[in-house]
Ligand binder design. Structure first.
Ligand SMILES: *Cc1c(COP(=O)(O)O)cnc(C)c1O
Length: 377
C-alpha cells in the first residue's frame, strides 16, 4: 500500500515490484552465467539508492556500481555487503575511505596506479581494483592505442590486485553497430594481451543497458545495467526485445483552481495569455524540484486520466496548467507529472523530449526535496 504524506503533496512513488521484474528480465536476457553489477549511482538514478540497492541485493544482484566514494559509503552504512565499484574517479586522499568501507576503485591512468600501489605498500595492505580501458569513448581509461606503454605496469603491481577490467560503449543506443563492434573487438584484444602476460582479471565487463539488450556478445562475465533496471528503454526499438516496467512515478495535487477570463496573462514574463475563458490549476512543484523550466509551455500533466498542458513559465516552486477541458476537475485532484493515471501515461522519455534532454537527466534531476515513497518493498 502507498502511504500518503501529510503536507505538501508533491512526491515520487517507487515501485519495488517493478525493480524486481526488471532485474528478472535482465537475468533472462543474459542467462545464468553472467553476473549483474547494478548501477545505483546518482541516488539510483533519482529513485533512492539505499532502498533500491536493498531490493536488488535481496533479488540477486551480484555487485553495485556508484560514481563516488560517498555514494559507496552510503550503501555500506545501509549494510549492503556485495562488492561496490566506484566508477567516476579515484583520489589518493580517499584511500582510507576505500579501505575502511571495502570499496573497489576504478583506476584509469598510470600515475594513480603507481601512487595507489605505493601508498598501499606503505600501509602493508592490499586492495582489489578494476581498470578501465578506453576503447573509443574518448573519456577516462587507458587508451588501447597506447597498450604497449601501460600493459607492463600491471605485471609490476605489488599491493593492487587486478580484479576486473572493463570498457564503456559510447554509441550502443543507436544503430551504429559497426562502432560498437569495433569497441568490443578492441576490448577483446586487450583481454588477450593481458592473458599473454599472465595477468588475467577475475571479471571483464562492458555492457551497459543498451548493449545488454542489443549486443549479447558484449555480456562477457558481467553486465552493468542502469537505465533498464528503472524500467526505461535506452531506445524505443528495444521494446521488441525486452519488456520493462517503469519504477518511478511523480505525483502532486492541484492546490488552487482559478477562473481566468480571455486575455489573462499567466506567470512570469507573461509568456501565456488565455485565448478563451479558462480554468487554470496551480501545482506545488517547480524547477527547484527538478520540474525543469524548459517544460514551460511545452509539457502536459495527467488530471482525471486526461492530458492537460502546462501553460506559462514553470517557476521555482509552482507550475500552472490549463484544465479547462477536464470535466469535474476539483482542487485537491491528483496530478501525475510522470507515470500512469488510468489509461494515460507520461514516460520519462516523453518528458525528456519536451525538455530537449534524455530520460537519464529527467530522473536524476528530480530534487532532493521531493520525498520518495517506496512500496512493494
Ligand atoms: C552509468 C553507467 C552505466 C549504466 O548505463 P545505463 O545506460 O544506464 O545502463 C554503465 N557503465 C558505466 C561506466 C556507467 O557510468
Amino acid at each position: 500500500m502507498i502511504k500518503f504524506l501529510k503536507g505538501r503533496p508533491t512526491h515520487c512513488c517507487i515501485d519495488h515490484a517493478a525493480v524486481r521484474w526488471n532485474l528478472r528480465q535482465i537475468k533472462k536476457t543474459i542467462g545464468p552465467h553472467v553476473k549483474i553489477l547494478s548501477m545505483v549511482k546518482a541516488n539510483a538514478y533519482g529513485h533512492g539508492a539505499v532502498e533500491v540497492a536493498r531490493t536488488l541485493a535481496k533479488s540477486g544482484s551480484d555487485a553495485f556500481g556508484v560514481a563516488t566514494v560517498e555514494e559507496g559509503i552510503e550503501l555500506r552504512r545501509a549494510r549492503i555487503t556485495q562488492p561496490i565499484l566506484v566508477l567516476a574517479g579515484v583520489y589518493l586522499e580517499q584511500l582510507d575511505q576505500f579501505l575502511r568501507n571495502k570499496l573497489t576503485p576504478v583506476v584509469h591512468e598510470a600515475a594513480t596506479l603507481g601512487a595507489l600501489d605505493n601508498a598501499l605498500r606503505a600501509r602493508k595492505t592490499k586492495l582489489k581494483i578494476h581498470v578501465e580501458i578506453d576503447t573509443g569513448m574518448g573519456r577516462i581509461g587507458f587508451p588501447t592505442s597506447e597498450i604497449d606503454s601501460w600493459l607492463p605496469l600491471f605485471g609490476q603491481l605489488e599491493s593492487l590486485i587486478l580484479d576486473g577490467v572493463f570498457s564503456h560503449f559510447s554509441d550502443a543506443e543507436t544503430a551504429n553497430e559497426k562502432y560498437t563492434q569495433g569497441q568490443l573487438a578492441q576490448f577483446h584484444q586487450v583481454l588477450s594481451r593481458l592473458k599473454s602476460t599472465n595477468t588475467v582479471p577475475a571479471t571483464s565487463h562492458m555492457a551497459k543497458s543498451a548493449a545488454l539488450v542489443t549486443t549479447p556478445a558484449s555480456h562477457l562475465s558481467m553486465v552493468r545495467p542502469g537505465l533498464i533496471l528503472y524500467g526505461m528503454y535506452p531506445a524505443p526499438e528495444m521494446k521488441k526485445q525486452i519488456v520493462l516496467k517503469p519504477v518511478l512515478s511523480w505525483r502532486t495535487r492541484i492546490i488552487q483552481l482559478k477562473r481566468s477570463p480571455t486575455r489573462t496573462y499567466i506567470g512570469y514574463g507573461r509568456t501565456f495569455v488565455t485565448k478563451r475563458n479558462s480554468l487554470i490549476a496551480t501545482l506545488p512543484v517547480g524547477y527547484a524540484d527538478g520540474y525543469r523550466r524548459l517544460l514551460s509551455n511545452h509539457a502536459v500533466v495527467l488530471v482525471r486520466g486526461k492530458r492537460a498542458p502546462v501553460v506559462g513559465r514553470v517557476s521555482m516552486d509552482l507550475t500552472t496548467v490549463d484544465v479547462t477541458d477536464i470535466r469535474k476537475v476539483r482542487e485537491g485532484d491528483e496530478v501525475v507529472l510522470l507515470g500512469r493515471q488510468g489509461a494515460a501515461e507520461i514516460s520519462a522519455g516523453e518528458m525528456a523530449a519536451w525538455a530537449n534532454t534524455i530520460s537519464y537527466e529527467v530522473l536524476t534531476s528530480i530534487g532532493a526535496r521531493v520525498p520518495r515513497i517506496h512500496y512493494n518493498t
